[in-house]
Design a protein. Structure first.
Length: 354
């Protein structure tokens, strides 16, 4: 089944509420649908670029795709691993490559008429996800936490990293509001320096925090290793991990207890599978996370998370969209995401996105 053409469609979907983290705020998801055409089927993928994390935006994705298309047109869809090797010769552009890689896996599922989770070796169809509370006024965060718990979510991720004292108070208020039966995780998105991170960890330890994600800038692995030795809370790394080379360095420096794999950072499913295998070999727990994907990209990450039996899932960006591009968005029941039992990603796009 040969690749005959590749097309892109830019989408810009407003968020239900402004999403703020330590590095900035977003009011909409500005992504691209990647369409890979063969004689028989169209495979759909999604690129969700991040200027802060990946140095990509919608413009850079559109700019690089003619070069990607030139390198892989007329290749066989089944040669995903070989295509991944070819694309490694193009530096960076991870989310652009991810959109293509996801579309190829969608095509494989459609060709063999099975859902992607089965292509990847599992019959599992559901997994609990947390849901994220961005940086906002503390009272608003408490109200949102209470709303999410009432919706059935069993774990919350609280964004921090802009104001140490206020961050500590927000975590305290949320824990006091929801009680001890709900798991709390915190994510600083590189917002602290070493001393702030240590003070924050010491202050929130009594609130039964499951882990803290990326407390320091991505490149400070030596400092992250030092912090990990002093921390009473497990350290998860996200922005520090984009490739298997990054993971090797994280392992050699013993800088993390856990890692967050995002398909947009790893250039898609193919490389993410290799990263997961290496992490498991070193007993690192794995979260599968997201950028700002719609149900299309979230479905790909869910199939991947099921295949590797991820320890944690943070696939919630589609909940904050005013509308989704899918006719059948990823279903969530009491905090559990379900993949659809249809070929490939199992997602059917609305007419305007086909």
């Amino acid at each position: 089944m040969k690749i005959k053409d590749i097309a892109l469609q830019e989408i810009k979907i407003p968020l239900k509420r402004v999403f703020t983290i330590a590095s900035g705020s977003s009011e909409y998801a500005n992504n691209l649908i990647v369409k890979v055409l063969t004689d028989e089927y169209i495979g759909y993928g999604e690129s969700s670029p991040s200027l802060h994390v990946l140095g990509e935006n919608a413009g850079t994705v559109k700019e690089i795709f003619p070069k990607i298309k030139e390198k892989i047109n007329d290749l066989e869809v089944e040669d995903i691993r070989e295509i991944s090797k070819i694309l490694k010769k193009i530096p960076n552009n991870q989310s652009a490559k991810a959109g293509l890689d996801i579309a190829l896996y969608d095509l494989l599922g459609k060709k063999y008429k099975v859902p992607l989770n089965e292509i990847l070796g599992t019959s599992k169809v559901s997994k609990d996800t947390d849901i994220t509370i961005g940086i906002m006024e503390n009272n608003e965060a408490v109200n949102l936490a209470y709303e999410y718990v009432n919706d059935g979510f069993k774990s919350l991720k609280i964004k921090v990293g802009k104001n140490l004292k206020n961050d500590i108070e927000r975590v305290r208020m949320i824990r006091d509001s929801i009680g001890n039966k709900i798991e709390l995780r915190v994510d600083a998105n590189q917002g602290y320096n070493f001393h702030e991170a240590r003070e924050f960890i010491n202050a929130i330890n009594k609130f039964e925090i499951e882990f803290i994600e990326q407390p320091l800038p991505y490149y400070l692995l030596d400092k992250l290793s030092e912090l990990r030795l002093q921390s009473s809370i497990p350290i998860m790394l996200d922005e520090s991990l984009k490739s298997i080379r990054d993971l090797n360095e994280i392992i050699s420096k013993k800088a993390a207890d856990m890692i967050n794999i995002k398909l947009m950072k790893t250039s898609g499913i193919t490389d993410a599978l290799a990263i997961a295998d290496l992490a498991r070999a070193y007993d690192l727990k794995i979260m599968v996370g997201c950028m700002s994907e719609t149900s299309l990209g979230i479905a790909a990450s869910m199939h991947f998370a099921l295949a590797i039996d991820a320890d944690y899932v943070d696939l919630d960006s589609h909940f904050n969209l005013k509308e989704d591009i899918a006719e059948n968005p990823i279903k969530n029941v009491f905090g559990m995401n379900y993949v659809n039992n249809d070929p490939g990603l199992g997602i059917y796009l609305k007419d305007e996105y086909l």
